[in-house]
Design a binder for this molecule. Sequence first.
Ligand code: ATP
Ligand code: MG
Length: 219
Amino acid sequence: MKILSIITQKGGAGKTTIATALAVAAQNDGLDTAILDLDDQATSCFWSDIRKEQTPAVKDVKAVRLPHMLDALREAGCDLVILDCPAIHRDIAMDAAHPSDFVLIPTRADVFDIRSMRQTVELMNSINKPCAVVLNFCPPVGKELEDSREIIKALGVKLSPVELHQRKAYARAQQEGMTAQETEPNSLAAQEIIALYKYTLIQLNNEKDVDNELVASRA
Ligand SMILES: Nc1ncnc2c1ncn2[C@@H]1O[C@H](COP(=O)(O)OP(=O)(O)OP(=O)(O)O)[C@@H](O)[C@H]1O
Ligand SMILES: [Mg+2]
């Protein structure tokens, strides 16, 4: 069983959007997938409540019960667990990161978000946890995006070659308990989520590092 955490200090960076979209991508790829929602806001749980499909399974869990829940899911034959973490909570971030095989750190290409994201990167580095930053809400053009990529690379942290752009399809789908690849399968949002899923899978399985071309060719 693989464990993926989605962690960043900043609120609203896209943690739950990415957790739910990757969970659906994994489930559709044949992996028995569960989301554990560690956030008291329980947004992943609300998404699941309005979702018509039974999968992926979504459960809210207190950090103190996380080891027990992970054992139970492993026992039940689950292939992939995605931990949707709350903003700000350093302790919960660490509780989630410790058992994880890989951590995705979403951030907007924005100076304040990148400042918060740096704290998350430092936390992951302090426990040598494999992680990658993924830029979300990317504008179609603009110098900020290139500047953000440079800042992230200068931190020495891995930067996902797949970037998510600001697209209405994400929010529209969420309001129906779905994901963009389900409601608008031909959309650019769907394409970038599938590409992010493929990139994440490679990282989770600790395969050799990949470049843009390989991710694109597998998408
Ligand atoms: N790439 C995107 N384009 C457009 N809207 C997006 C994108 N990513 C996320 N959103 C929207 O932004 C809002 C916040 O996203 P989300 O809830 O995933 O963030 P979060 O990091 O989980 O927030 P929190 O810290 O409160 O848990 C949601 O309404 C979501 O639909
Ligand atoms: Mg959230």
